[in-house]
Design a protein around this ligand. Structure first.
Ligand code: SF4
Length: 228
C-alpha cells in the first residue's frame, strides 16, 4: 500500500522505498549528481536501477520522506493512485544502427502525455524503434513497435504473475494515427475496466472481438485487414 507521499512500505514494516521519475531512463549529469547527493545526505542504505528504467531509493524512514521528495526535485514522482508507471524506451533512430523509427521521440511524448493520468490499474508502456523490440513492448500494457512503414500498436501485454503477450491491434500506422489509437484504447480501457483490472485481464474478460466491434471498426484509418 503506497504511503500518502507515494513511497512504498518495505517488508521490514518500518522503512519505505521511493521510486524516481526518469522519463525513458534518460538522465542528465546534473540530475545524477543531485540523486547522488540525496543518497549521501539521507544515508540511503540501498539505491537500485529498476527494470522500468527508474531509480529506487530503499530503506527511507518515514520522518525523512517529505524532505527527501523535496530534495529530489524533478526526479520526485508521487504515485498515490494507479497511473502510468513508466514508458520503457529503446534508443531507436537517435543512436541505434537498427532503428527505423524514432522511439525516443515517441516514447517521451507518450510519457509526458500520460504520466499524470489515472487509470483503473497501473499502466506500463514499451516503445521500440524496430522489430527487435528492446522496449519489451509485447509484455507491456501498451506497446509501440517501429517498422519500415510506420508504427505497430500492441495492447494488453503483461510480464507479471500471469504473463500475457499483447495483442497486435494494427500495423504500419502513421505516428499521429498510432498516438490516436493509443488514446482511444486507453479511453476505452478506462471506461470499461473494473478497478485494479490490468489491461491483460481486461482484454481476456471482454475479448478481442468486442474490442474490435466496439472500437476498432469505428476507426477509419485502420483497414480491417490490418486488424488481427
Ligand atoms: S529495438 Fe531496434 S532500434 Fe531499438 S535498441 Fe533494439 S535494435 Fe535498436
Amino acid at each position: 500500500m503506497p504511503h500518502h507521499t507515494g513511497a512504498i512500505l518495505q517488508r521490514d514494516g518500518k522503512t519505505f522505498a521511493v521510486v524516481t521519475r526518469v522519463p525513458g531512463g534518460f538522465i542528465t549529469p546534473e540530475a545524477l549528481e543531485n540523486l547522488a547527493a540525496v543518497g549521501r545526505n539521507y544515508k540511503v542504505p540501498m539505491m537500485k536501477l529498476t527494470s522500468g528504467q527508474r531509480f529506487m531509493l530503499i530503506g527511507i524512514p518515514e520522518k525523512d520522506l517529505a524532505a527527501l521528495y523535496r530534495d529530489l526535485g524533478p526526479l520526485a514522482e508521487k504515485e498515490t493512485a494507479p497511473c502510468v508507471k513508466y514508458v520503457q524506451i529503446c534508443l531507436g533512430t537517435d543512436v541505434c544502427t537498427y532503428g527505423v523509427q524514432d522511439s525516443t521521440g515517441l516514447g517521451l511524448e507518450l510519457e509526458k502525455k500520460y504520466h499524470q493520468e489515472e487509470f483503473p490499474a497501473k499502466i506500463k508502456f514499451g516503445v521500440s524503434g524496430c522489430l527487435r523490440c528492446c522496449g519489451e513492448n509485447y509484455t507491456r500494457d501498451v506497446g509501440l513497435i517501429g517498422t519500415t512503414k510506420g508504427w505497430s500498436v500492441v495492447f494488453g501485454g503483461n510480464s507479471g504473475r500471469r504473463p500475457a503477450i499483447g495483442t497486435l491491434i494494427a500495423e504500419n500506422l502513421s505516428r499521429s494515427d498510432a498516438l490516436d489509437l493509443v488514446d482511444r484504447l486507453l479511453d476505452y480501457y478506462r471506461e470499461h475496466a473494473q478497478p485494479k483490472e490490468r489491461t491483460a485481464r481486461f482484454l481476456e474478460r471482454i475479448g478481442f472481438e468486442r474490442l474490435k466491434s466496439d472500437l476498432l471498426t469505428l476507426l477509419p484509418y485502420i483497414r480491417l485487414s490490418e486488424v488481427r
